[in-house]
Design a protein around this ligand. Structure first.
Ligand code: ARG
Length: 454
């Protein structure tokens, strides 16, 4: 069944971006073992405002044969119910103090919200199973201060696995029990973290009504690499306490996970686009990976580097392309998905010979991190690019000086001296590309003026 509708779905997904992208992600997501695809945390706000959109988005994944594990809170609904019952909401270090009276109100509210989501999924033709108990075994977090609040001690994945094996989307509530069977309330973010650590899913998704983290002008930040952006972000005065906390929590959550794991914050409506396109729709957070600066190319990484370069240019390198190239340094991401080959150039200025980033890594913001690392290492730099190469537009924005010559553009950073720029330009144009010949590769040189981007 799934196989027969896949091509249609892929085409449909292609409407969002390219169908190649969509197919690639679908394959990636399908490769991971069924219940390891994703954990999706749904806040009470989404249940209140976007229930239909949520059911539709989850239904779409379900039809593709993907089984995200849905975990939901009910904070908003609970606040309201407590208010109606005349019970004050008391929090201690962000955790809801759960007296017996609070629990008496909370338990039915959580059951009700769980059932609402399951019912709505079923209405959308998605088989779903509400899981209210039997997953989180807890102890009291601090009985005197917090009352019936659980600290997760053990997680039993059987109910989740059984649901998935039966073709049902597991919809998990944030309730736990002590060994003796006392029901305890678990903070939804903590429950998410514990479940994520246990499952190690490929994707972790937070659905919020805003659909991402916002920058100082209210725009969604597309990607954050925690290793390079975290300190910087925390130092900004516009990063308010809620966002600070979110960033810290996400960093802690990703810490023990494999490097490929990532967190997406998006909304119900944007979920499909976030998952199936490179550029996404929402905020993608990764641990970020180390980018190494190497003064020579270690043999074990050479093949990976060549493969990356060839794949991203769609051309083949000469077998001996490195011969005669005097390496200044190689910047390369640990996953080998982004690299910059920098040569010793004219006049002691480094020449950027090749820059390659896989499209997928670009969506993650790895290209931007590589570029940051490159310009901080090489404040003076020159390079060239074909006019019709789409990346040229990006270079125009990131170079001090650009100079078009026929089908080439030469870019120079950090050199203001005209004769030097001129010499660097000439040097760039006469360099060997290292590619095996292609049909029509003849470089024409025509006149152009420095500082005049084409
Ligand atoms: N589709 C990919 C994923 O889900 C990339 C998403 C990119 N998203 C972004 N907000 N930059 O992992």
């Amino acid at each position: 069944m799934i196989n027969s509708i896949r091509p249609i779905v892929v085409e449909l997904l292609g409407q969002l971006g390219s169908s190649r992208e969509a197919r690639q992600y679908l394959e990636q997501f399908s490769q991971v073992n069924e219940s390891h695809f994703a954990v999706i945390k749904v806040g009470g706000g989404i249940l209140a405002e976007q229930l239909d959109e949520l059911a539709a988005a989850l239904g779409f994944l379900h039809r593709l044969g993907l089984y995200p594990i849905v975990l939901h809170g009910a904070g908003q609904q609970l606040d309201q119910a407590l208010e109606e019952a005349g019970i004050a909401t008391v929090k201690h270090e962000g955790l809801r103090v759960t007296t017996e009276d609070v629990m008496a109100v909370a338990r039915p509210v959580i059951y009700r919200e769980n059932a609402r989501l399951v019912d709505r999924l079923e209405q959308h033709g998605v088989r779903a199973r509400g899981l209210l108990h039997g997953i989180f075994e807890c102890e009291f977090e601090d009985r005197d201060r917090l009352g019936l609040v659980g600290q997760v001690k053990q997680i039993d994945l059987t109910p989740i696995r059984t649901a998935v094996e039966a073709g049902m989307l597991p919809v998990v509530a944030c309730l736990g029990e002590t060994r003796a069977g006392q029901v305890l309330n678990i903070n939804a973010d903590i429950a998410t973290r514990e479940l994520v650590w246990k499952i190690e899913p490929y994707k972790i998704i937070f659905l919020t009504p805003t659909g991402g983290l916002l920058d100082d002008s209210g725009r969604i930040i597309s990607s954050i690499s925690l290793s390079s952006d975290y300190d910087d972000l925390l130092a900004r005065d516009w990063v308010h306490s809620g966002m600070r906390l979110k960033l810290q929590q996400i960093r802690d959550m990703l810490e023990p996970l494999p490097p490929a794991a990532s967190v997406s914050i998006t909304s119900a409506v944007k979920l499909t686009r976030e998952l199936f396109t490179h550029s996404g729709a929402g905020t993608l957070l990764r641990k970020g990976e180390q980018i190494d600066w190497l003064e020579d190319i270690p043999e074990p990484r050479r093949a990976a580097l060549e493969q990356l370069i060839e794949a991203s240019f769609g051309r083949q390198l000469q077998p001996d392309w490195l011969q005669g190239r005097r390496l200044h340094g190689l910047l390369i991401a640990q996953s080998n998905r982004a690299a910059a080959v920098v040569l010793c150039g004219h006049d002691g200025v480094p020449y950027l010979d090749k820059l390659a980033v896989t499209p997928e890594a670009r969506g993650e913001g790895l290209g931007a991190s590589l570029w940051q690392a490159l310009i901080s290492r090489c404040p003076q730099l020159y390079w060239r690019s074909r006019v019709n190469n789409p990346i040229s537009n990006w270079y125009f924005q990131h170079a001090d000086i650009s100079h078009r010559q026929g089908e080439w553009v030469v870019f120079v950073n950090g050199c203001a001296d005209f004769p030097q720029v001129d010499a660097l330009t000439r040097d760039a144009l006469q360099r060997d590309s290292g590619w095996l010949p292609e049909q029509a590769a003849g470089a024409q040189v025509s006149s152009g003026r420095i500082g005049e981007p084409a």
